[in-house]
Design a protein around this ligand. Structure first.
Ligand code: IVH
Length: 702
């Protein structure tokens, strides 16, 4: 009879010791004991855990994912400090800037390059021998966070450059990391539906995304990058415009909106042209950057303590409009959150006509002391979601009516609740509140969930209104109800065939997406994937306690409690049972389909250690089918070392010595296309060629 308490004691001691050593090693770069001794301790723990699986601690170091999940990022000193630009809001200031330049250059001829000022996060990238080796944030200008793994998830950013005869061996590229506006809007819609706080603007969203510790989550957010400068130790190019052209040739994304201007008048034409046009771009911009083109002239003009004398940023004034608040309506979301929406007298603002604005929650109505009939100021937050920023009190009508937030659900009459610490009032009638049920169905059929062909949000909403479908399981009864379907207006034979085929095909949608589609609060795509990978079947998830789920990486306490609560509800259990009978995938089956591409062409990989989400064979297959090569040994030519659990420290040392980037399994997956990958956002400027009125030397670039 084994002595359980002694074993338990030893497991505790080993776990604690190994956690400590891991921390020293990965975060502080200290090796307290020789690697061999570390390996022995780990092996002992693994042995005990195999013999006594009940005693395994939830956060055992044997389950750790690589060394890439750290509590913070390492920092690096910038080779050239990352300065900021002088700002101006007035055209007079721009003319004065031009006069200073003219004076500084003592009458020589000069030209400018005008670029859009992208509202994102400044990033410094290092390319060595054509390979992306490092990404560092601006930080304090001298030292920034090393976020290489996250930067690598940016799909439009080449990991290996197209070689060119004039390509410097090693160089730095600076540019802006940003979140395209449609992605930002989608992200916020999702967050709203999941009952999470909204992100204020695309810049904050991009900056928050770059700081995520999990690169797979970063990849899901679809960041983009535009390069705006190239730095080398010597002067490699004669002009900034030549450097931008070279960057484009090397395969780096450069926004094709830049222009050369040979006078301040042409600069102002550029400024005027983009004042309105910029709202047609799928990226937030807040101004124009004007740079002296010739690099020798840049050197001649030099720098002040903070910024270059050869460049300036012109910022567009934030666009605001004044209009009347006519009514406030209340939307009930998928999770029951009640959001007030202001209905306004339509007013043109920043390129669109605004009729509605979000009021976020009751607090905001109170803070603004809003009354119906007020004249209000509307601004576009991050240039996309209009919001009310103030009230013109001097114009308040005598009979303006104070706004009273409802105490009952506007849809079903249930008294609203406001859980402690939350900004939103919620309707707790999750089983019977029509907009909640409808929004859950819309979520179930949405693109990232079941993505049922022939059954979009509108159609499923119509079936809901007709009382034909109230839960996702009802969808699978539709094929047998053809006689009823044919009686519906605007639904022809062909659409019905399509719908039925779509429902049939959706039974093959993999389990993680079904789990996401159930619409459990806080269970977004990533969490659904983690839970599915960990438990492998819905039964196993249903059998897990909140405590157990909270121990799964990426699944925190709040999510675990929400998920466990969901699975305890009898009607949800009944739903799962009906989905099972319908043949929907409720477990992970076999191997995931292998997406194929040439994304990894020209790259070589070494795999080392034990992997969590895939077997080594699967990873090898994934790399090969995406154009990459596998090799056994680490050399300076290697592109990546993919590190699993318990990778040998010697390999790590060798890779570090050769400056070969070490990435995790998750990082590797982020480099690959996903089976469901959406088409990428393209700049509308590139799709709708237009030539600006003034500066147009490179008209063909539009
Ligand atoms: S040039 C010496 N060009 O604006 C400064 N900056 O203070 C070189 N930005 O955070 C910067 N678009 O990241 C430059 N086309 C552009 C830009 C740009 C956005 C950002 C930059 C920095 C701020 C300037």
């Amino acid at each position: 009879m084994p002595d359980f308490s002694a074993v338990q004691h030893r497991i505790h001691a080993l776990t604690e010791r190994l956690h400590h050593l891991n921390h020293q090693y990965y975060q502080l770069d200290i090796s307290e004991i020789p690697d061999q001794e570390f390996d022995q301790l780990l092996a002992e723990l693994q042995q005990l855990e195999t013999e006594y699986p009940d005693l395994v601690l939830p956060n055992s170091p044997t389950r750790r994912v690589g060394g890439t999940i750290t509590k913070q990022f390492p920092t690096a000193v910038h080779r050239y400090p990352m300065l900021s630009l002088g700002n101006t809001y007035s055209e007079d200031d721009l003319r004065e800037f031009d006069e200073r330049v003219q004076k500084g250059l003592e009458g020589a001829l000069y030209a400018y390059v005008c670029e859009l000022k992208i509202d994102g996060v400044a990033m410094s990238l290092t390319y060595e021998h054509g390979q992306l080796t490092q990404g560092v944030t601006r930080g304090d200008g001298t030292r920034g966070d090393v976020v290489t793994a996250n930067v690598r998830t940016i799909k439009t950013l080449p990991l290996a450059l197209r070689p060119g005869p004039d390509q410097p061996l090693d160089f730095e590229v600076r540019g802006e990391v940003f979140l395209p506006l449609p992605v930002f809007a989608e992200l916020n819609t999702e967050r709203e539906q999941n009952g999470e706080a909204l992100l204020a603007n695309p810049r904050n969203a991009a900056s928050g995304t770059l700081k995520l510790q999990n690169s797979a989550q970063v990849a899901a957010r679809k960041l983009r990058f535009y390069a705006y400068s190239l730095l080398t130790p010597g002067r490699h190019f004669a002009s900034h415009s030549a450097a931008l052209e070279a960057l484009t040739r090397y395969g780096l994304p450069v926004s094709d909106t830049w222009r050369r201007a040979t006078s301040i008048t042409e600069v102002l034409d550029f400024v005027h042209y983009w004042a309105k046009k910029r709202f047609d771009l799928p990226v937030a911009t807040d101004g124009i950057v004007i740079k002296v083109d010739n690099l020798r002239q840049q050197d001649q003009l030099g720098y002040t303590a903070k910024s270059p004398r050869w460049a300036i940023a012109y910022k567009y004034p934030a666009e605001a409009a004044r209009t009347r608040l006519n009514e406030v309506i209340y939307n009930v979301g998928r999770t029951g959150a009640v959001t007030p929406v202001a209905l306004l007298t339509p007013v043109p603002l920043a390129g669109t006509v605004v009729k509605r604005a979000t009021l976020h929650n009751a607090n905001q109505i109170e803070a603004l002391d809003l009354r119906l009939g007020d004249l209000v100021y509307v601004e576009k937050g991050g240039e996309i979601i209009p919001k009310i920023t103030g009230v013109d009190l001097s114009a308040r009508p005598v009979h303006a009516v104070p706004i009273r937030f409802p105490t009952e659900c506007p849809a079903c009459g249930t008294p609203l609740v406001r859980p402690e610490g939350e900004a939103h009032f919620r309707c707790p009638n999750e089983r019977g509140c029509p907009p909640q049920l409808k929004a859950r169905l819309e979520h179930y059929v949405s693109r990232k969930a079941l993505n049922i062909d022939g059954l979009g949000a509108e159609t499923v909403g119509r079936f809901f209104d007709l009382n034909m479908v109230t839960t996702p399981a009802d969808i699978y009864d539709l094929p047998a109800r053809r006689p009823e379907l044919v009686t519906l207006e605007r639904l022809g034979q062909k659409s019905i065939d399509n719908l039925i085929a779509g429902i049939e095909v959706s039974k093959q949608v993999p389990f993680p997406r079904v789990l996401f589609g159930l619409g459990i609060r806080y269970v977004g795509e990533t969490v659904a994937q983690k839970l599915a990978a960990h438990y492998r079947s819905i039964e196993a998830i249903m059998a897990a306690s909140a405590e157990e789920m909270a121990a799964v990486p990426e699944v925190g306490g709040v999510i675990a409690v929400a998920a466990a609560y969901w699975f305890q509800q009898p009607e949800n259990r009944a739903l799962v049972e009906r989905l099972r009978q319908a043949g929907v995938q409720l477990a992970v089956t076999g191997e995931a389909p292998v997406p194929a591409s040439d994304r990894l062409a020209g790259l070589t990989f070494v795999l080392s250690g034990v992997f969590e989400q895939h077997s080594r064979d699967e990873l090898q297959q994934l790399i090969i089918s995406n154009g990459g090569k596998i090799t056994g040994s680490i050399s300076k030519k290697l592109s990546y070392l993919v590190a699993g659990d318990n990778m040998g420290p010697a390999k790590r040392e060798k890779a570090l010595g050769f400056k070969v980037p070490i990435i995790s399994e998750t990082d590797l997956m982020a480099l690959l296309p996903t089976a469901t990958e959406a088409p990428e956002v393209r700049d509308s400027a590139a799709e709708n060629p237009v030539v600006p009125a003034g500066p147009g030397q490179q008209g063909s670039l539009f």
